[in-house]
Design a binder for this molecule. Structure first.
Ligand SMILES: NC(=O)c1ccc[n+]([C@@H]2O[C@H](COP(=O)([O-])OP(=O)(O)OC[C@H]3O[C@@H](n4cnc5c(N)ncnc54)[C@H](OP(=O)(O)O)[C@@H]3O)[C@@H](O)[C@H]2O)c1
Length: 339
C-alpha cells in the first residue's frame, strides 16, 4: 500500500518533509503548495515535484513568472490521503475546516496549539496513540528534543523531576528580518516557558519546569537539563541508555565538536543535505551524575529534528504499520539516521 501525501506550505519544514516523503517506499508525494513563485517553487518544480498555488488569487503570479503550476490547493487536496500542514504557526489552524471538508487526515506542526489536533506526537513516546487518528500535531523542535532524551532517561531510570534551561536560536538562518541581534532575551521572562507544559502533552507524568532565553544565533538550540532520577545512574549507565536510540547522537567535545558551529561542521562533513541533523545531539562530557541527580547538555537542529517524526506520524495515522519500531526503522534507514 502507498499513501498519497500532500504538503501545504513549502518553507523550512515543508521542503524537508517533502524530501523525506520522496525517500519512503510506502508514500507518494502528490504535491506541495507555494504562495508565490520564488526560487523554492522553481527548484521544486525543476526536481519534478508538482507545485500548487496555496492561495487561488495568487495563480496569476505564477502565470506572470512563466511558471506552470499544477492547480490550486483544493486540486491538490482532492488527490491526497493525508496532508502535512507546514504553514507558519497559527496559520495551520485556519486550514483545518478545509481539510475536514475534504475528509482528509492532517498533521499540524508545533506552531499550532495542542487543541488543533487534540493529540501531540513524538514517535518514540506515543506512536501507538496516533494510530488511525485523523488529526495529529507533531510537537515543536525544542519539545521533540526534550521528549527524546527524557523518554530515554525515564525508561531506563525513572524520572522524579526535570528542570531545564533552553537557549533558543533567535531565528532560522534565512530569516534575516528576525532578531534579537544584540541581546539575550528571556523568552518568556515568566516561568515556565511553554516547553514544559508541551512536553507534558506527550509525556503527561513527567514533572518538568522549563525556562528559556532567545539569543542571536541561527544554527541550533541548546538545552541544559538537570534531572532527578528515581534510581542511581552512573555516567556510563546514562551513555549506555542513550546509545540504543538511533535518533540520539552522542558527540564528544574531545573530538573537536565543542559548540553548535562545531556540530554543524560535523553535519557538513557527514555529507548531510542542508547540514541537517534530525538526531538530538548530546555532549558526552556534559553528562554528569551525582547519584540520582544528573546533568546534561543537548543541542537541537531546529530545522530538521521534527522531519522523521512527521514521517512516522503519517505511518501511524494511515496505519501503514502499527508497529512504532518498524516505522522508526524504515524512517531512520531511509534518512540515514543512527549511522
Ligand atoms: N523552523 C523551525 O525551526 C521549526 C521547527 C519545528 C517546527 N516548526 C513549525 O513548523 C511550522 C512551519 O514553520 P516553518 O519554519 O517551516 O515556516 P516557514 O519557513 O515560514 O514556511 C512556511 C511556509 O508556508 C507558506 N505560507 C505562508 N502563509 C501561507 C498560507 N496562508 N497558506 C499556505 N501557505 C502559506 C510560506 O510561504 P511561501 O509559500 O511563500 O514560501 C512557506 O512556504 C510552524 O508551525 C512552526 O512553528 C518550525
Amino acid at each position: 500500500m502507498t499513501v498519497k501525501v500532500a504538503i501545504n506550505g513549502y518553507g523550512t519544514i515543508g521542503k524537508r518533509v517533502a524530501d523525506a516523503v520522496l525517500k519512503q517506499k510506502d508514500m507518494e508525494l502528490v504535491g506541495v503548495t507555494k504562495t508565490k513563485p520564488n526560487y523554492e517553487a522553481k527548484l521544486a518544480s525543476g526536481m519534478g515535484i508538482k507545485v500548487y498555488a496555496s492561495l487561488a488569487e495568487n495563480i496569476k503570479l505564477f502565470d506572470a513568472a512563466g511558471m506552470r503550476i499544477a492547480g490550486s490547493l483544493e486540486d491538490l487536496l482532492n488527490q491526497a490521503d493525508i496532508v502535512v500542514d507546514c504553514t507558519p504557526g497559527k496559520v495551520g489552524a485556519t486550514y483545518k475546516p478545509l481539510y475536514e471538508r475534504h475528509r482528509l487526515k492532517a498533521i499540524f506542526q508545533g506552531g499550532e496549539k495542542h487543541e488543533v489536533a487534540g493529540f501531540s506526537f513524538n514517535a518514540v513516546c506515543n506512536y501507538k496513540g496516533a494510530i488511525g487518528r485523523d488529526f495529529v500535531r507533531v510537537v515543536s523542535c525544542n519539545t521533540t528534543g526534550l521528549c527524546r532524551s527524557l523518554y530515554a532517561l525515564d525508561k531506563a531510570f525513572g524520572i522524579k523531576k526535570a528542570r531545564v534551561v533552553l537557549v533558543r536560536r533567535g531565528a532560522d538562518p534565512a530569516e534575516d528580518s528576525k532578531g534579537p541581534i544584540n541581546s539575550i532575551v528571556p523568552d518568556p521572562v515568566t516561568i515556565p516557558s511553554h516547553h514544559g507544559p508541551d512536553v507534558q502533552k506527550v509525556l503527561p507524568h513527567i514533572d518538568i519546569t522549563t525556562t528559556a532565553l532567545a539569543v542571536p544565533e541561527t544554527l541550533m538550540h541548546v538545552h541544559i537539563l538537570n534531572v532527578e532520577l528515581q534510581k542511581d545512574a552512573t555516567e556510563q549507565d546514562i551513555i549506555g541508555a542513550f546509545s540504543s536510540y538511533p535518533r540520539i547522537r552522542l558527540v564528544a567535545s574531545a573530538d573537536g565538536i565543542s559548540s553548535t558551529s562545531g556540530i554543524i561542521e560535523y553535519a557538513r562533513d557527514l555529507g548531510r543535505i542542508r547540514y541537517d541533523l534530525p538526531e538530538l545531539i548530546i555532549w558526552k562530557e556534559s553528562i554528569r551524575s551525582f547519584g540520582r541527580e544528573i546533568y546534561l547538555t543537548q543541542a537541537v537542529h531546529q530545522e530538521s529534528i521534527v522531519v522523521p517524526e512527521d514521517i512516522d506520524a503519517i505511518r501511524a495515522m494511515t496505519k501503514l504499520t502499527e508497529s512504532p519500531e518498524e516505522s522508526m526503522r524504515l524512517t531512520n534507514e531511509s534518512l540515514g539516521l543512527g549511522r
